[in-house]
Design a protein around this ligand. Structure first.
Ligand SMILES: [Ca+2]
Length: 244
């Protein structure tokens, strides 16, 4: 019995070897079956490796402008700019109204002879004294507008030598002397510029020994005293105005 099985197995082994040798395989050796149904689709494969970088694309269309932002904080003050060119001269303005009367003038004359008395000569004949800066009672001019003043006097002398001084305050500043010739009408005259401040007083005064006559006047020979403001001291006048 065992021998029989050994023979069968031997024959089968020989057949297998023969089938492999002719290239059909073991199944071919048995018999060709009906082809099976196709298998199911397999699982999706894994992502492949990244490709190479492509070329740069074309520029896109400009976007729509965004909304206007809120007003920001003020920046720091900048540096001063360069000095500009001078402008054109303006048109000449209309004459303004002065806030201060800068006028001062007087012109007066004697009404009778004057002797040396140690007092101011009082000129009572008023040719002009609109501002009333000359006081005919005291014979003194009193400065109301500070500035530069011109004074002049033309005096007739008679009867004796006549010496006249123009006083600025208590100080004589100009002198005139006439040496009298008997029977004549002589003259003593003088002029001066004085810088005055408000309240300064100016007058004429005969000095020397008292005699039969001195400064004289008559219908055909006037003795006159004149003074007027030449230039006002604007700065002093403005200060005086502010003090008022
Ligand atoms: Ca004389």
């Amino acid at each position: 019995m065992e021998l029989i099985w050994m023979l069968v197995l031997g024959l089968l082994g020989a057949g297998v070897v023969a089938a492999e040798l002719d290239g059909r395989g073991a199944c071919a050796w048995w018999m060709g079956g009906i082809p099976g149904t196709p298998g199911h689709d397999g699982q999706p494969g894994r992502d492949g490796r990244g490709g190479r970088k492509g070329e740069k694309g074309d520029s896109g269309q400009p976007g729509v402008p965004g909304k206007r932002g809120e007003v920001g904080m003020s920046g720091n003050e900048g540096l001063p700019g360069y000095r500009g060119f001078p402008g054109y001269p303006g048109l000449k303005g209309e004459p303004g109204e002065t806030a201060f009367d800068y006028r001062s003038a007087f012109s007066v004359g004697l009404v009778g002879p004057v002797k040396a008395s140690g007092e101011p000569i009082r000129f009572a004949k008023l040719f002009y004294n609109e501002q009333r800066d000359y006081d005919e009672l005291s014979g003194k001019f009193r400065c109301a507008v500070p500035g530069l003043y011109y004074f002049n006097y033309q005096l007739v002398a008679r009867g004796q030598d006549t010496k006249v001084a123009l006083y600025h305050g208590a100080k004589p500043v100009t002198f005139s002397l006439d040496q009298y010739q008997a029977g004549d009408l002589d003259q003593a005259s003088g002029s001066v510029l004085l810088q005055l401040v408000g309240g300064d007083e100016v007058w004429l005064q005969v000095y020397g020994e008292e005699g039969p006559a001195g400064v004289y006047t008559e219908n055909t020979a006037d003795s006159t005293f004149t003074g007027f403001l030449l230039y006002p001291d604007l700065r002093a006048n403005l200060l005086a105005k502010h003090r008022c």
